[in-house]
Each structure stands twice: as C-alpha cells, then as structure tokens.
Design a protein. Structure first.
Length: 82
C-alpha cells in the first residue's frame, strides 16, 4: 500500500522535472476528445441494454463483443495492478 502512494506522489515530480507542460497538453486532449466520450458511450450502451459489458456490446453488433471483452479485461487489470 505504501509503495502505491509513493508512485502516485512521485509521478507529478517526475513530470515537472522532465518538461511537465508538454506532457499535459496531449494528455488532456486525449482525455477530453477520446476518454470521456468513450466512457459516456459505454455508460449509454449499458444503460440501454441493461446487461453486462460483454452482452451489451454484442447486442449492438456481434463484432463489438471484443470491445466488451477489452473493457472487462482492462477493469480487471486495473484492480489487480492497484
């Protein structure tokens, strides 16, 4: 647990040392242009179909089942890593 907090505390200092602002511009652009719309899309699909991520995206189109698998895998990896 302490190791996780030290990484989080060390990250802003490393960014500031290595140029800081140059990193935040593409980060915030990708966050607002890609990340938030994708989150809202995923929430809307889940709300509409009232199913889990795998079944909801498969209901939109059979080829979108991979998106649901990727969402579940990403969430699992975040929980396991933290």
């Amino acid at each position: 647990r302490a190791h996780c907090r030290s990484r989080i505390g060390r990250f802003p200092r490393n960014i500031a040392r290595n140029g800081g602002g140059e990193w935040f511009v593409p980060y915030f652009l990708s966050l607002f242009l890609l990340g938030i719309p994708m989150l809202l899309c995923e929430l809307a699909v889940g709300q509409h179909f009232q199913r889990n991520a795998l079944d909801a995206f498969a209901s939109v189109n059979k080829r979108f089942k991979g998106v649901g698998i990727a969402a579940a895998f990403t969430g699992t990896m975040i929980v396991v890593r933290a």
